[in-house]
Design a protein around this ligand. Structure first.
Ligand SMILES: Cc1cc2nc3c(=O)[nH]c(=O)nc-3n(C[C@H](O)[C@H](O)[C@H](O)COP(=O)(O)OP(=O)(O)OC[C@H]3O[C@@H](n4cnc5c(N)ncnc54)[C@H](O)[C@@H]3O)c2cc1C
Length: 406
């Protein structure tokens, strides 16, 4: 083997895989890869002890649950609320499209899980894996890539060596930025000029495990069923999508005004609705890298593709990347192939691009269609939804998409 030229600073650690980013994708990948006979380092710039709690919930699809089970994470999750019914409403009209789990072999459509609980479950599983090191807080300042190895330079002046470097560092990925600069790779991106305002609510009557997506002229409004609290209080998570200047944002309202806005949008059968805890806002944009791989490097999840949350599929799509990469690495380990060979990276790119492209296009299209107040577009939407509800194969297609069961 050729002698390695080490970057400035000491290279005191060597891993098979270094994952840059310890968010939900990076930690899940660390848990998946930790099942194999390889060493894994997962680096995150944020301090897990002081990082503010992620107040969002995630709709985990049937397919993603299988990935989390394989990663050994699912069993550590405290609260997962099943989705048994999906209702789609448009403006003031009644339910336009309804998917019932009884039409899907009694399978739940997915589960709503609190992001903080999910992350805690991943951290608990990581503790059981001796071959995985969670390095945080630690910034990443650069990379050097050689034929047989890559080097990740760290903010404390040291560096770590890896056979494969995975960028799981989110929408503003530093790894993707390096790939753009070094290899002239490009990224398609634009802002939706929208924000998602999220919160947890408490309501008088049970949600009956229904997820509601209600398309209002000002943007989609989602109600996601969550588990009752320890006192039996009924809860649902809410995602409001809004556009317009920040000064008119729902974030600027008092809690009382915000609760009135909630009450105006919740269907009556929920009874009285109250805000539980605080709100948070996320600016919405689209990011899609034109290439996911470079020598010894690969992008996964939001670092490769950050999409609109309109269908609650961003992380689910990311889990499909992780599943694919995990299977390719497992196969390489079985055959003695280099886990970052150009053939492996090419296969990953070929397998993941069409699926990701389709979801990028679908969520972008849905947002254009459903965030449009024009009467003609509104009529088209209603006709489209009615058609889907009456054509069984179309309905089954959308149910499969929602479940992520491929
Ligand atoms: C309002 C909203 C609702 C959503 N709901 C759903 C849903 O219901 N279902 C679903 O599937 N998806 C949903 N999503 C999408 C989902 O939240 C994202 O796809 C997911 O969080 C992406 O995870 P990630 O780990 O790829 O990126 P991130 O969560 O962004 O994590 C990136 C990590 O990398 C670290 N990092 C960044 N730069 C560096 C660096 N230079 N060095 C070291 N570390 C670094 C960060 O500290 C962070 O921990 C939603 C998104 C939004 C905004």
């Amino acid at each position: 083997m050729k002698a390695q030229k080490k970057p400035a600073g000491k290279t005191d650690k060597k891993y098979d895989v270094v994952i840059v980013g310890g968010g939900l994708a990076g930690l899940s990948l660390a848990c998946l890869l930790g099942r194999h006979d390889i060493t894994v380092g997962c680096i995150d710039q944020a301090d897990p002890k002081t990082k503010p709690k992620d107040l969002r919930t995630t709709a985990i699809s049937y397919g993603s649950r299988k990935v989390l089970e394989r990663a050994g994470v699912w069993n550590h999750i405290q609260d997962a609320c099943p989705i048994k019914d999906i209702q789609i409403l448009d403006g003031r009209s009644s339910v336009l499209l309804e998917f019932l789990s009884e039409q899907a072999d009694e399978k739940d459509f997915g589960w709503i899980v609190d992001n903080h609980d999910l992350k805690t479950a991943m951290a608990a599983q990581l503790k059981t894996l001796k071959n995985v090191t969670h390095i945080a807080p630690m910034g990443v300042t650069g990379f050097e890539v050689e034929e047989d190895s890559g080097f990740v330079k760290l903010s404390d002046g040291s560096a770590v060596e890896a056979r494969l470097i995975v960028g799981a560092d989110g929408r503003s990925s530093f790894v993707r930025g390096f790939m753009e600069e070094q290899y002239g790779m490009r990224t398609r991106q634009w802002s939706y000029h929208q924000r998602a305002v999220i919160c947890m609510t408490e309501h008088e009557h049970p949600h009956n495990y229904a997820a509601v997506e209600h398309f209002w002229p000002e943007g989609p409004f989602a109600i996601l069923p969550f588990t009752d609290d320890s006192k039996g209080v009924h809860r649902s998570a809410v995602v409001f999508t809004e556009h317009g200047p920040e000064k008119t944002s729902l974030m600027k309202m008092s809690d009382e005004e915000f609760e009135l806005a909630l009450a105006a949008r919740f269907p009556e059968h929920y009874g009285d609705v109250k805000l539980s805890g605080t709100r948070a806002a996320y600016p919405l944009n689209l990011v899609h890298a034109e290439k996911y791989t470079a020598p010894r490097m690969v992008l996964v999840a939001d670092a490769a593709h950050g999409i609109h949350p309109i269908a609650g599929q961003g992380l689910n799509l990311g889990f499909r990347d992780l599943d694919c990469l995990d299977q390719l690495i497992e196969q390489a380990l079985r055959t003695g192939e280099d886990i970052a060979s150009s053939a492996i990276l090419k296969t990953y790119e070929q397998k993941r691009r069409p699926d990701n492209m389709a979801m990028v296009a679908m969520t972008d299209g849905l947002n254009r269609l459903f965030s449009n107040a024009s009467p003609t577009v509104s009529l088209l939407r209603k006709v489209g939804l009615k058609m889907v509800s009456r054509i069984n194969p179309a309905k089954r297609f959308f149910m499969r998409q929602a479940m992520g069961d491929r």
